[in-house]
Design a protein around this ligand. Sequence first.
Ligand code: ADP
Ligand code: TPW
Ligand code: MG
Length: 577
Amino acid sequence: MADAAIKIAEAPQAEQNLTDGFHLVIDALKLNGVKTIYAVPGIPITDFLRMSQSEGLRVLSFRHEQNAGYAAAIAGFLTKKPGICVTVSAPGFLNGLTALAHATTNCYPMILISGSSEREVVDLQQGDYEEMDQLAVAKSMCKAAYRVLHAQDIGIGIARAIRSAVSGRPGGVYLDLPAKLFGQVMDAEKGKKSLVKVIDAAPAQIPAPDSIKRALDVLKSAKKPLIILGKGAAYAQADDAIRNFVEKSGVPFLPMSMAKGLLPDTHPQCAGAARSTVLKDSDVVLMIGARLNWLLSHGKGKQWGEAAKKFVQIDIEPKEMDSNVEIVAPVVGDIGSCVTAMLTAMGNSWAAPPADWTKAVTSKRDENVAKMAPKLMNNNVPMDYHGALGVLRTIIKERPETILVNEGANTLDLARGIIDIYKPRKRLDVGTWGIMGIGMGQAIAATVETGHPVLAVEGDSAFGFSGMEVETICRYKLPVCVVIFNNDGIYRGTDVNKNGDDPATTVFVKGARYDKMMEAFGGVGINATSPDELRRAVNEALDSGKPTLINAVIDPAAGSESGRIGNLNPQSALKKK
Ligand code: ADP
Ligand code: TPW
Ligand code: MG
């Protein structure tokens, strides 16, 4: 088939309009609504990216494929369309693979497209430039993996990749495009006809009516009900239905970190600040687009208390049910359809949960909020986490459109609890793996995809994983303000190695000035040593929209080991004190 296509090119038909693999891939992406590509150029995709740009696609050229991949992954989360990352072969592909696996783990739709060597050479292991059997490697890291060998199959290949990424539970898809494919030529008209516009890529999945009734019966029987909203609920973009359902039910809700803002954290039913109480004391828990994984202690153990609990779960993935504990009322379908069906079936006389429960939750929440308030107003120098985060909390309250990107350990755990979010999909973070390095990729894609400014709150270690992309932020003049919580290290900056001259493994250069990195590329760099300086600098950055990096000097002794999850650290019985 490929030979036939190539022969057409060789035939002396000057009149014939031709197309090639490059243009077919670009046309197929455009036909399916793709507007942006996140990439790093090189053989064999340099010309592909140039042509994509000249054909009207926006190409964001990164400094490292992993960051381009994280950008594509979060673009998928934000838009419900697959984010596209394009890389060179072997090493570029491998650099992108972490992001592909991360997308799959987090249920974000993404397509990693990598150029590759020819099958003939790879399969005989003859040592091509950047040779690797990429398809075989990718398969275990993603939802689906495909290779296209012939120009006339490009349309189908891209259609399959798109459907696989967004239908059902979303995830990462790998698409392998060997170098020779790009140069294959075929008749332009036939080429055009070979392209596929994917119709209804993620069809609604309507829940069974009896599953809705079962779920509502369990919820109705509850004395102490709780709703947990996960990032699947944020992804679903069924914001009004979710809000109406939660409000009509009167049930306290707990948002997982990226579901914050679906309803504002300041909503009267929000139990965010009473987390331990509601997990421990609730008797019925309705999960909407959240999994009972490690982030929820697998639905069992001390955190969940002694009282018997019933779990109800709404999810698009049937296999998710009973993954950790029994789900007494599984509701399988897409969240928009499920929540809408629940709303309808509730009728007009739904009784609110017992007042002693909702009052107990509210008073616990108010008590915790009041306890925290003075800490957030402290003006300590050097700053502690609370003083610095108190400032950022007020700024997000005043500028709720801003997208917050957040990674680190203490910087993550404390910011998650302290900074209230007011609108859906305004908080992006390390996700299911607690992965460091998502920061700059997410910041770039968040503003590119939505047009809103970004505030990236970064631990100094976390930032280091993607820090070189500040050049990308400056090059594309993006409205991103990066605040580095610089405590001289991982968790704390105070560790000392008592057995030699090398520094301890968790500490960095003391008093480092990350703000200078931004200045190197023409952005604004500020060193902030007090909450007042921090407030001024962030407001200025968000007003101006100029790429800005603020080095926020944090007391090196302020943090704790592993932030809030120190209990997951294995301990040696032989550990010397
Ligand atoms: P969190 O980390 O916030 O708890 P998870 O990533 O663990 O959230 O869970 C998200 C869940 O949402 C996954 O089980 C996924 O299958 C589900 N999901 C994603 N999109 C949809 C959708 N449109 N409808 C229903 N469920 C969805
Ligand atoms: C890809 C392990 C978890 S948190 C963290 C590391 C290295 C950095 C914490 O320090 P930071 O924050 O960012 O300065 P703070 O405020 O506590 O000082 N590699 C990957 N992912 C993870 N999670 C790690 C390592 C880790
Ligand atoms: Mg740190």
